[in-house]
Design a protein around this ligand. Structure first.
Ligand SMILES: Nc1ncnc2c1ncn2[C@@H]1O[C@H](COP(=O)(O)OP(=O)(O)OP(=O)(O)O)[C@@H](O)[C@H]1O
Length: 251
């Protein structure tokens, strides 16, 4: 890989003296979407936060080759006092646009994620969970990032809406040409949106392995996705612990 968008080199982190991730190595190529999976509590969010610079690793290095990133979390984290449009425009303003151009960019970004214009003046409390998450994605896209961190962004959504939101990410990653680290519990989601899947060790002791996913995201049929996830779960030892519940004892 010549110049990766993101490279993690022997990244370790501890909370209150307890090491939760250890010696993580991972590279993501320019415009590549990598899904990160692993059992609950193995350290996926911790790793994504460190990679995005929200916290400093205790050891190791994070090398960011991209120009500008954004994040989408499981909870939309919108500003409750601002309308849907203002939530998105605020980020556009931070990237240096005038008020008028920021509002235009925000309107365009919300259209891209299928948010209806008549709902733009509503406040977060007046929006459904799916509408709020669309705004969170529009906000992540508005400043034209070339890298996005997704931390289980669709876990709380119902199946149909989840599917729709995945399509939006696939479409946006292809037309907007960003790379991404996409943390998820859902192997079918990983198989749909990513070009590679990374499996984290159940207790955070590194990335256990990676698998290339053949074909282009968005072009894989439901049958192919089903066969692939069945194969991962039943025939590939790498995935043996992916759905384990976290039963580690806290030291
Ligand atoms: N701020 C914190 N302070 C103390 N411990 C923390 C903190 N954040 C996370 N942890 C611990 O670090 C470990 C890894 O947590 P993390 O949220 O990164 O896992 P995860 O794989 O993303 O889990 P899930 O899939 O359930 O979201 C867990 O044992 C968790 O309890």
């Amino acid at each position: 890989m010549s110049s990766p968008s993101l490279a993690l080199r022997r990244v370790s982190h501890a909370f209150l003296g307890r090491e939760v991730i250890s010696k993580i190595n991972l590279e993501i190529a320019d415009h590549e979407v990598v899904a990160l999976v692993g059992p609950s509590g193995c350290g996926k969010s911790t790793l994504a936060h460190i990679a995005a610079g929200l916290s400093e690793p205790k050891e190791g290095r994070v090398i960011r080759g991209y120009a500008r990133h954004s994040m989408v979390f499981q909870e939309p984290r919108l500003m409750p006092w601002a309308t849907a449009l203002e939530n998105v425009a605020y980020v556009a303003r931070l990237s240096g646009l005038s008020r008028r151009r920021a509002r235009a960019a925000a309107a365009q970004s919300t259209e891209r994620v299928g948010f209806l214009p008549e709902d733009l003046d509503k406040f977060p409390v007046e929006l459904s969970g799916g509408m709020r998450q669309r705004i969170a994605i529009a906000r992540a896209l508005v400043a034209n990032p070339d890298f996005i961190y997704f931390d289980e962004p669709f876990t709380a959504l119902d199946a149909a809406l989840k599917h729709r939101m995945q399509d939006i990410v696939i479409e946006a990653s292809q037309s907007g040409r960003f790379g991404a680290l996409f943390v998820t519990h859902d192997l079918t989601e990983a198989a749909r949106i990513a070009s590679r899947i990374a499996v984290m060790h159940p207790t955070g002791q590194g990335i256990m392995g990676l698998r290339d996913i053949s074909g282009r995201p968005g072009m894989r049929s439901e049958r192919e996705l089903f066969d692939l996830t069945q194969h991962w779960q039943h025939d590939d030892p790498l995935f043996r612990h992916v759905h384990d519940v976290d039963e580690r004892r806290i030291a």
